[in-house]
Design a protein around this ligand. Structure first.
Ligand code: ADP
Length: 186
């Protein structure tokens, strides 16, 4: 599923983010950049130890929630890994939506700073961090849509959803945010 925004492409696919051939793969990191399960475990397994070594050296303080840092991508088919720290879901009144949006925005800013034309995101915060998938999809897509509308780049932003359920939630949210244009509609 695809939409064009200000000349850039926003795409949804189902799959494994570690296999994406894009300039930057976004990791669902924790604020200590300490490694974990889910996306983070998969990225470090497939990318090898260089990624963790680099983040340890460059970011010994970790990364605050709602922000992101960047490293090389080790053995992955990408140039960079952007380590984004989404919020833990605590019921919805602890600024979760703002922090999630900010993690996406900061990742996109870093992608532009490093000249990335294509970026792949997982559904940040929706695994171990417990953010409800439907709400996370709305925040993620809204934030990326606004960023692309303003900047017209990166050229490609791809959400890589791990299973059918995540894909459906994102597809429904995207259809609601940007309905498919009917060719006959005036
Ligand atoms: P968080 O701690 O931010 O919740 P997780 O890594 O636990 O991060 O999960 C984030 C989302 O990524 C979940 O929806 C999970 O199902 C999904 N996920 C897990 N492994 C992969 C993968 N290899 N590729 C893409 N998505 C994945």
């Amino acid at each position: 599923m695809k939409r064009t925004i200000h000349g850039a492409t926003l795409e949804l696919v189902q799959g494994d983010i570690t296999l994406q051939q894009v300039d930057a793969i976004v990791n669902a990191a924790n604020s200590r950049l300490a490694g974990g399960g889910g996306v983070d475990g998969a990225i470090h397994r497939r990318g090898g130890p260089d990624i963790m070594e680099e983040t340890r050296q460059k970011y010994p303080q970790g990364c605050p929630t709602g922000s992101a840092v960047i490293s090389g991508a080790g053995r992955l088919k990408a140039k960079y890994v952007i380590h984004a720290v989404g919020p833990v879901w605590r019921g919805g009144n602890q600024q979760e939506a703002e922090l999630l949006a900010s993690a996406y925005r900061r990742s996109l800013e870093l992608a532009l700073e490093y000249g990335c034309q294509s970026v792949a995101f997982p559904a940040l915060s929706t695994g171990a961090y417990g953010y409800p998938m439907d709400q996370a999809a709305q925040v993620a897509l809204h934030t990326v849509r606004d960023f692309l509308a303003e900047h017209g780049k990166p050229e490609l932003v791809r959400f890589v959803l791990f299973d059918e359920r995540a894909f459906r939630h994102f597809a429904d949210a995207l259809e609601e945010l940007i309905p498919e244009q009917s060719p006959n509609k005036g």
